[in-house]
Design a protein around this ligand. Structure first.
Ligand SMILES: [Zn+2]
Length: 108
């Protein structure tokens, strides 16, 4: 349950700051959610949610989030149709768990 009276560290503001940070990173280079997680010290799961949000919001503006789909490190299968931005658990073709995570960048 969320306490609305704690004040100073409002979640909405905090998310805004994180998203701005992620945007700045992705305008500058290409990163996986794990890379971003390591850099800004937020859980990878949260990063994926921020990326989903950015993908939706950027879609309406001039910039857009470019996603290089995850692929299998064993057989090369590409997860092109995957809508979610999290890293898949294993390859549907060869069952390998050596999955290259999706990569993100922001293009003007
Ligand atoms: Zn595979």
């Amino acid at each position: 349950m969320r306490n609305k009276k704690t004040g100073s560290d409002a979640p909405a503001e905090r998310f805004e700051t994180i998203r701005r940070y992620i945007t700045a990173l992705l305008e500058d280079g290409t990163y996986s959610a794990k890379d971003i997680s390591n850099i800004i010290r937020e859980p990878e799961k949260d990063i994926c949610e921020h990326l989903e949000h950015l993908r939706r919001t950027l879609g309406k503006g001039r910039k857009r989030l470019e996603v290089t789909p995850a692929s299998c490190g064993h057989c090369g299968f590409t997860f092109k149709k995957r809508a979610r931005l999290t890293k898949p658990g294993k390859c549907p073709t060869c069952r390998s768990i050596h999955i290259q995570p999706p990569l993100f960048c922001i293009k003007p």
